[in-house]
Design a protein around this ligand. Structure first.
Ligand code: UD1
Ligand code: MG
Length: 458
């Protein structure tokens, strides 16, 4: 069985963040999210996260199926694994993956390839390495003249010569359970930082006669971590590019990627265009042949086929086939726009169902309402859903015509085919097929201006 220990106890001082480093975001999700995702995808059935600095923030974020071990104080990566000793003991006969929680680009493919290498070579430990340009702060991989792995030298402890070694430790290791237990029982802190380095376990195991190897990962980006915000920005750029590329290969059109940020869990159908400045996040699913953007923000949307969202902000809502929204539309949580709905400029919809073919072309608020099909909202219609204490619902039947500037004071019901006169403030139910006029009657006072002379120059 495969299991994993994720190291997430460090503070990450250089991030200058209130949160622990692993909670710093890449594409709007904590780095830890991606590591857990990759580990699960790689088939690890049991996961333990070592927490430390602000452990409660990490613990709250984790789902129930993940164990935690609290490391306090944080005395290094080796010490972090010592903290998870009981997890290691439980999995003594298993293969244990250990990886840093601050490496969000590490993928299941690389983890599995390293596992295959570990098994093939019958190693006690296999680390993942990569050839990198920027060697600042890395663990350098030392090999002998025949290329056999010797040990890892941390940058801070390295000689000038060792600092030239470009093979970097990724912070990802496969251990046989019993070898890991042996290693963490023997790690000492005699180094520049007075820390217990997990990296020392390579030398410890080699010295005890076990086999250790390094799996060199061809994708050097997969091993990148982030210690400060500039590096976080680089990870964002790489992940953004990888995700956009994958969608384009699947037939999604992104004519210009400027400002296009798509979350790792988003699904988009072929033939859909994503236009500049569009952020799509969470568990959003978008169908085929849609046009999304420009300037849109979609989070947890369920979008059908052939939908147009132009300058739209939409959260946790559903839009059925052929509906279109925009420009400048806000669809708030709990809304459903049925087939062929048209929502035009400066309209807000909140927690409402809008029936098939209904049109709401401009300047309207639909809140807490159940709207039937083929309704026409006149410009400036407002569902008055809040009385200062409570929210109430409006129910609007099918084929209703709401005149411009109708106020519907909720709770109120409008029957099928009913018609409201422009400017009406509707406080009582309107029966089907009725015309409701709820406004003062117009009065024209002839000659009033000449008589009263209300203007300055008169
Ligand atoms: C570590 C490796 C280095 C490797 C690099 C890859 C060691 C000694 N060095 O260095 O060889 O090239 O990762 O990114 O392992 N953590 C804890 N508790 C601690 C200290 C750290 O849980 O006491 C966690 C951190 O939250 C982080 C991970 O371990 O997720 C790595 O720690 P970090 O301080 O970033 O190690 P590096 O200096 O990057
Ligand atoms: Mg690091």
């Amino acid at each position: 069985m495969k299991c994993a220990v994720i190291l997430a106890g460090g503070k990450g001082t250089r991030m200058k963040s209130d949160a622990p480093k692993v909670m710093c975001s890449v594409l709007f999700q904590p780095m830890l999210h991606y590591v857990i995702r990759a580990v699960k995808e790689a088939g690890c059935e049991s996961i333990c996260v070592v927490t430390g600095y602000k452990h409660e923030v990490v613990e709250e974020y984790l789902s129930q199926d993940i164990e935690t071990a609290y490391q306090n104080p944080q005395l290094g990566t080796g010490h972090a694994v010592m903290t998870a000793r009981s997890f290691v003991e439980k999995h003594i006969g298993d293969k244990i993956l250990i990886l840093n929680g601050d490496g969000p680009l590490m993928d299941a493919e690389t983890i599995n390839a390293a596992y295959a290498y570990h098994e093939e070579n019958e190693n006690a430990v296999t680390l993942v390495s990569a050839i990198v340009d920027d060697t600042e702060g890395i663990g350098h991989i030392k090999r002998d003249e025949n290329g056999a792995l010797l040990r890892i030298v941390e940058h801070k402890d390295a000689t000038e010569e060792e600092k030239n070694i470009k093979e970097s430790n990724a912070g990802v290791y496969w251990f046989n359970g019993e070898s890991l237990l042996y290693a963490i029982s023997n790690i000492k802190n005699n180094n520049a930082q007075k820390e217990y380095y997990l990296t020392d376990s390579i030398e410890i195991l080699l010295k005890s006669g076990k086999k250790a190897g390094a799996f060199v990962c061809e994708n050097s980006e997969a091993v990148l971590g982030a210690n400060d915000r500039r590096q976080l920005n680089i990870l964002n750029t790489i992940m953004r590019r990888n995700i956009n590329d994958a969608h384009m290969i699947n037939g999604v059109d992104i004519p210009c990627t400027d400002g296009v940020m798509i979350g790792a869990d988003v699904k988009i159908g072929r033939g859909t265009s994503i236009l500049p400045n569009t952020i799509i996040l969470g568990n959003t699913v978008i169908g085929e042949n849609c046009t999304i953007g420009p300037n849109s923000y979609i989070k947890d949307g369920r979008i059908g086929n052939g939908v147009v969202l132009d300058n739209v902000r939409l959260t946790d809502s559903e839009v059925e086939d052929g509906a279109d929204c925009g420009p400048f539309v806000h669809i708030r949580a709990g809304s459903k726009l049925c087939k062929g709905v048209h929502i035009g400029d400066f309209v807000e919809v909140k927690n409402s169902v809008v029936g098939e073919g209904t049109k709401c072309a401009h300047l309207t608020y639909i809140g807490d309402s159940d709207v039937g099909s083929n309704v026409n909202f006149g410009c400036g219609t407002v569902t008055v859903n809040y009385d200062g204490k409570n929210k109430h619902r409006c129910k609007i039947g099918n084929n209703v015509f709401l005149g411009c500037n109708t106020n519907l004071i909720a709770p109120v019901e409008i029957g099928d085919f009913a018609f409201t006169a422009a400017g009406s403030t509707i406080t009582d139910n309107v029966p089907e097929n009725a015309l409701s006029i709820a406004r003062a009657k117009q009065v024209n006072k002839e000659g009033w201006v000449n008589e009263k002379k209300p203007y300055k120059n008169m």
